[in-house]
Ligand binder design. Structure first.
Ligand code: BYC
Length: 323
């Protein structure tokens, strides 16, 4: 349980402790679970890691929707493996958050109560098979762009969890791009499906990086503490620079009339995402927010017997060890 005792041990009022911590982080030393740390550092890590864990768990739903309808056995096996990986990522991340003194139950309760955030991207529907391609290519592509720098995060347990996650994400991204290649080289109808998926997922993917730097409440502190290595806008720009040539390769059009390559800077100039839509999704008013939470709550209730059985088994084993 995240407790006041931890805050007190962290010495929020102890300037010497905080100064020593800042120096260690500036020197690129890793912070480990039992180290003293400012309460605000602990709090922001719990916030970010738990939001990330929730995103992985809720992120299973849009793709889970297509497991039974995958167009071949091969595609079904790959999609099943990908969704299982996401469950695993959620578990590593809850475990990393637990090293900070919060319990998984508490975090899961926050998600189920609707008081915790998870990535905006998972509140959009997956309408066609091409969405499996677009999610892998764009959503996992954006995730990798954001998460590779997190492998160098100052908090050791999070950084180590991210290394494993990133290896799997790169497989996810490639499987998505391969679906897009297949569809874009297919029939007219398949090409149209791929274009439609790109049209619907492009802007929500850009929103994954968060608000503009000027609107980002946590960036400055998180960058000073080397939790974040790049700002939201820097990562968004990197993503656009890498992804637009991939869309060209696929022969698909990025749905942005303002998109152009700027020779002078060597970067793409792109239009403005609809931030009012982003804010609405964060308020719980996206197309699928209610559906995603309702499904998660149902799955949690349906799994009650598994948790009870695991606890009974653990108690039995413990009793046997004592005997
Ligand atoms: N959606 O000060 P800011 C995946 C919130 S999983 C919702 O810039 P920060 C995958 C932000 O939390 C993808 N909320 O925040 C899984 C903050 O709210 P609070 C998830 C967002 O933390 C399965 C407020 O807006 N990836 O890839 O410095 C299948 C102000 O923002 C969003 C991660 O979680 C958003 N898009 O930066 C496939 C990576 N953006 O907490 C793929 C780890 C911002 O004050 N997280 N907010 O209430 C991060 O890197 C950072 O937390 C963010 C935001 C870049 C997301």
């Amino acid at each position: 349980m995240y407790s006041q005792a931890l805050d007190e041990r962290d010495g929020v009022a102890d300037e010497a402790v905080n100064a020593a911590f800042e120096q260690r982080v500036a020197a690129e030393e890793k912070v480990e679970a039992n180290d003293r740390m400012p309460a605000a550092y602990r709090k922001t890590l719990i916030r970010q890691i738990s939001q990330h864990a929730h995103s992985e768990i809720i992120g299973m739903q849009p793709e889970g929707n297509w497991i039974t309808r995958a167009p071949s056995l091969r595609r079904k096996a790959i999609l099943l493996a990908k969704v299982q990986d996401e469950a695993g990522h959620g578990l590593y991340l809850y475990a990393a958050a637990e090293t900070l003194g919060v319990s998984r139950e508490e975090l899961v309760d926050q998600l189920l109560a609707g008081t915790a955030k998870y990535s905006s991207i998972f509140n959009y529907p997956t309408l066609t098979w091409a969405d499996m391609g677009a999610i892998g290519w764009l959503v996992d592509g954006a995730a990798i762009m954001n998460q590779i720098p997190l492998c160098r995060c100052s908090y050791g347990p999070y950084a180590r969890a991210m290394m494993r996650i990133c290896k799997e994400e790169s497989f996810h991204q490639r499987q998505g791009f391969e679906i897009m290649v297949t569809l874009s080289r297919g029939t007219e109808a398949q090409r149209a499906m791929a274009q439609d998926a790109l049209n619907r997922w492009w802007w929500p993917s850009l929103m994954m990086f968060g608000p503009h730097d000027s609107e980002s409440t946590h960036s400055d502190t998180s960058m000073r503490w080397k939790i974040k290595r790049f700002s939201n806008d820097e990562l968004r720009q990197k993503f656009v620079d890498v992804t637009v040539p991939q869309a060209d390769f696929l022969g698909l059009a990025v749905p942005d009339p303002d998109l152009r390559y700027d020779d002078a800077t060597g970067h793409y100039v792109f239009g403005e995402p609809d931030w009012s839509e982003f804010k609405a999704v964060l308020r719980g008013e996206g197309p699928c927010n209610a559906q995603r939470l309702a499904h998660r709550r149902r799955a949690h209730d349906d799994g009650a017997w598994v948790r009870e059985a695991a606890q009974a088994h653990a108690a039995k084993q413990q009793a046997e060890q004592v005997a």
